[in-house]
Design a binder for this molecule. Sequence first.
Ligand SMILES: [Zn+2]
Length: 87
Amino acid sequence: MSGETEDEQWWWCLHCERVNHGKRPDQCPHGDCDGDWLDMWSWDQIRDGEGFGDYPLVPDSSMVYPMYADTCDGMRAAYPATEAVQA
Ligand SMILES: [Zn+2]
């Protein structure tokens, strides 16, 4: 029981780098992921993190949003989640 910030919002999972909306989940709602409560980061925190790229205010739960840029142009880029995406 965290007792605070129980408002519904977007959460980003550290394991699968996908998002979900609602109250902070105990387990990642994406079935192929073993992320738990501690792995749920506020979307706002990810949006502003590291200064790379610019993620939308309202993310798409079918997309993967990397925390770090992994390409040489230094920009973060979301890509569609597929069955192959595993934590
Ligand atoms: Zn996850």
